[in-house]
Unconditional design. Sequence first.
Length: 519
Amino acid sequence: MLVGDIPATAAHRAPDVVAVQFHDRAITYAQLRDRCWQLSNALLAIAAPGDRIAILAENCPEYALCYYGVPGAGMALTFLNYRLSPPELAYIIGNAAPTVLIVEDKFMGAIDSIRDQLGVHTIVTIGQPAPGTLAFDALLASGEATPPDVRVADDDLAWLLYTSGTTGLPKGAMLSHRNVVGAVMNALVSWDRDDVAVAEPVYMLTFPMYHVAGYALLIQHLRGQAVVLMQNFDPEILFATIERHRVTATSAAPTMIAMLLDHSAMPRHDLSSLRNMGYGASAMPVAVLRRARERWPHVRFATGFGMTELAGNVMVLTADEHDRALDEGLPILNSVGRQMLLSQVRVVTEDGVDAPPGTEGEILVRGDQVLSGYWRNPEATAKAFTGPWFHTGDVGRWNEQGYLWIVDRKKDMIVSGGENIYPREVEEVLYRHQAIREAAVVGAEDPTWGEAVVAIVSCRPGETTTAADLITFCRAHIASYKKPRAVVFVDELPKNASGKVLKRELRDQLAAGVLVMEH
């Protein structure tokens, strides 16, 4: 199966079921199939198989069409994070070299500011057309609602998602049709067993579609289930949407769940239809999970472990296991569960030997869903693989029953609100400030965001600055969610004998309250 086959497969089984409900717009599976075919044929008139087609938009029906219609034309959909700054977008667009750029009208200002740096020959606008662009509706109308006449192979590139490296330069994770469909199939056979059965299932997608978590849409579409699409995360709108559409299942980041639990609007809405909730993107504090179960006793929870390079999850802690762990106080609640049915996961020591239970090592993964490589980066691709085994860079350990614990994330990555933030990228910006001599960025535990970005800095002799000034400076140069939420001023950063900054020591000092944060 190819990514572009999913709408037609679902339409064969459930033509009149609503595939995408967005505000007051509803698209059935039969309509989704036809419009995806239209998009594929329209793109083939302005681009060629093998081209990249980039999209910059919030969640919307047009994004769903691109999920399938772009790969259906033998092209690769390139995902752009709308929270990035224009220079960051310019780098990714320049690296991916798309021939067509699809932009929601609200983001045209960002694109106009870097337009002279882009080698894109066609810009398509979702919403209000801009001068010199093609309207998405007009593009769609130009295509025939028939299967596109193009040859597409399982190993052709379907999706291109960018994930930052420790150098701060994003890398394009190449996900082929085989990779994406493999992740979807793995979820279908591994996550279904403990779901609460409902007569009329309705799934709500809350994650941004530029994130790999958007693959949940494909899972639900292959099932032929009704899907409600949220434009972006807003607690009050989320509650109202669940009530209005009788949503039975959804997924969210732990930080999102924490926000929902504390929101004043929750008691005003009927959430009794909700039965299943998956969570991921970062660790869930057990206290938050217990609160969620108390507030929503009719909801069952499940989680897993995955990453962009894996096109989705490879580990799962099922709803049954959550219930048992919560009821009996089992430590597996802090784990990411057990290997999914179509995944192969190892934990290896530094010499490449499988680590025994209780011993820490790097997590390696093999399977159809593992990325094909990094776009235009053969060095990074070679470094990431040992034979068929992909090195996640995450450190974990097994227990005797086959449950996996994540001990540390790759390098010093920070996960804040479900977003991956790489310290080096923030440090590079801080070093551009005239007052900064040294800078180290680490994550500090935060009850709302999971982790907060904290900058520990020392100033040059004779120079001074403030936390507010540094935070504002960073916001001007990188995406707002990457900026420090607090700053610590020190005389000198701790280092080892080779001059490397001891970030673990800084994290320990923050946790112990030794370092004073300023906001």
